[in-house]
Design a protein around this ligand. Structure first.
Ligand code: ATP
Length: 485
């Protein structure tokens, strides 16, 4: 199914491989004419839901930041993935993903062989893992992630690329930040990083936004922007790429209110996806168990979507405590405290983070919208986007290219264009024009036909039900605006 979505994406201009004529660049994708509209609409809906309210301000921080930011945040020391190379075929893998392609039966066999050879000390460590995780898959992954145990488990595992058993190098940590230099001299003193997340731009502007906006706790700062990670394995189309876009909102709260806001944001974020049409049964939370929490987090959950290849995170919601602001206070020497007028207390606020991938949720919206169905013995492919997200809102067709139909259709086009993205199509049979719009996810198609010339009405055809109604040309704009709401 994912192949069909990738192929439709290319054919219809949603997503192209980056630099395709040169063979592509791994982990990078380009958004085509329809894709850029869909992506823009997703970001716009997010932006409206976040910032068209009293307590959240917007921000657009620069991608390059002072290198100290990444020391304070822990990224220089901790933003690493353990990786291994196969000594035989030289393929490189992220250690924790090695279980992905192994069947349950095989995993059981591997674990049995591994348990038999363990030292007593490591047996205890294994027991700790078994006490936390009950599922085989989770146990397998936790062993791979354990510094002490993973290498021994790996000696029982076959290389996913060449099939040789236990031929791996010891796991090594690989920092995921892209490095570059400011100015003409390529020296260690001039190193800067492409930001791996937009969040730090928000944290370091906390005091600026607080003072300029005169907000009081609780309040948030929202930002949409590009982030870069030198991922070891890019895979699954747009799911894990090296350049991507994030939509992050950091909500600053009184420490004692953290739980309340964390729970509220959890509910409101999953509702956002549902309200924009994502199938409810394909969304769930995955709460992080205590042993998997990131170094900064007190509580964390992922909003997950069930992709064709399995469940995957599309957004993270974290209680980051006062970790970030405390670290920036320590490293910069500038106070990051908040003064509470009422209680006359000074303290560093806690942060509840909602961190969504624009590109990853684009993929979820794309996959979720894809439908195949049979209509009158013919197959039809429909992208059932929510009207707010649909790249093109309305297509306009003259039934035939004569009898003043094109002129009337062009008039309608000119009337609607200032209000929405419209598409004019006069080529081919009307049935085929409908199919093309179904594939683009256009919610409404307007056809100017013989009757139009008599009574100034047109047919408006709805994408999913394929039902048609006649609407007077004079009523078209309000009718469509109402339907698209
Ligand atoms: P993963 O474990 O899947 O790498 P993560 O836990 O590192 O993700 P966060 O750091 O919490 O992700 O980033 C927040 C969001 O940014 C994710 O939910 C995802 O939507 C998006 N994101 C992170 N890394 C990538 C990537 N390489 N490609 C596309 N989107 C990404």
């Amino acid at each position: 199914m994912i192949e069909k979505v990738v192929s439709l994406s290319k054919r219809r201009g949603f997503v192209f491989q980056s630099s395709e004529i040169y063979g592509g660049l791994n982990g990078c994708w380009d958004y085509g004419p329809l894709g850029v509209e869909l992506l823009k609409n997703i970001k716009e809906e997010w932006w409206k839901s976040m910032t068209y309210r009293e307590d959240i301000e917007g921000l657009d921080a620069s991608i390059l930041m002072h290198p100290k930011v990444w020391e304070a945040s822990g990224h220089v020391a901790n933003f690493t993935d353990p990786m291994i190379d196969c000594k035989q075929c030289k393929a490189r893998f992220r250690v924790d993903t090695l279980g992905d392609a192994i069947s349950e039966k095989k995993k059981k066999k591997i674990i049995r062989a591994f348990e038999e050879n363990l030292s007593d000390e490591n047996k205890e460590k294994l027991n700790d893992i078994y006490n936390i995780h009950e599922e085989l898959d989770e146990r397998f992954e936790a062993i791979l992630e354990s510094k002490d145990l993973s290498f021994e488990l790996l000696s029982e595992v076959n290389c996913p690329n060449c099939g040789n058993k236990g031929q791996f190098t010891e796991p090594r940590n690989f920092n995921l930040m892209f490095k570059t230099f400011v100015g003409p001299v390529e020296s260690e003193d001039n190193v800067v990083f492409l930001r791996p997340e937009t969040a730090q731009g928000i944290f370091v502007n906390f005091v600026n936004v607080l003072n300029s906006s005169r907000q009081k706790l609780p309040f948030g700062i929202a930002q949409i922007g590009k982030a870069f990670r030198n991922e070891i394995n890019t895979k699954n189309f747009l799911f894990r790429t090296r350049e991507f876009e994030q939509m992050e909102m950091q909500y600053f709260v009184k420490p004692s209110d953290d739980k309340k806001h964390y729970d509220e944001w959890k509910e409101s974020r999953i509702a956002w996806y549902k309200n924009l049409g994502i199938s409810e049964d394909k969304l769930r939370f995955h709460d992080h168990p205590a042993d998997k929490l990131a170094h900064y987090a007190k509580e964390a959950t992922d909003v997950e979507y069930e992709f064709p290849f399995g469940w995957g995170e599309i957004e993270g919601i974290h209680n980051r405590t006062d970790f970030d602001l405390s670290k920036h206070q320590e490293f910069s020497g500038k106070s990051q405290q908040y003064f509470d007028d009422e209680t006359k207390e000074r303290f560093i606020p806690y942060i509840i983070e909602t961190s969504a991938g624009a590109s990853r949720s684009f993929m979820a919206f794309l996959v979720d919208a894809y439908h195949e169905e049979e209509v009158n013995g013919e197959q039809r492919v429909v992208m059932s986007f929510h009207p707010k997200l649909a790249p093109i809102k309305v297509a306009i067709f003259p039934l035939v290219n004569k009898d003043r139909m094109p002129e009337v259709a062009r008039e309608i086009e000119a009337d609607l264009r200032p209000f929405m993205k419209v598409f004019y199509d006069s080529k081919g049979a009307v049935g085929r024009r409908y199919r093309r719009q179904d594939e683009a996810g256009t919610p409404y198609c307007i056809t100017v036909d013989n009757q139009t010339l008599d009574d100034r009405t047109v047919t408006v055809r709805e994408r999913d039900s394929m039902e048609q109604e006649r609407v007077s040309i004079d009523e078209l704009l309000p009718v469509l605006l109402n339907k698209l709401k």
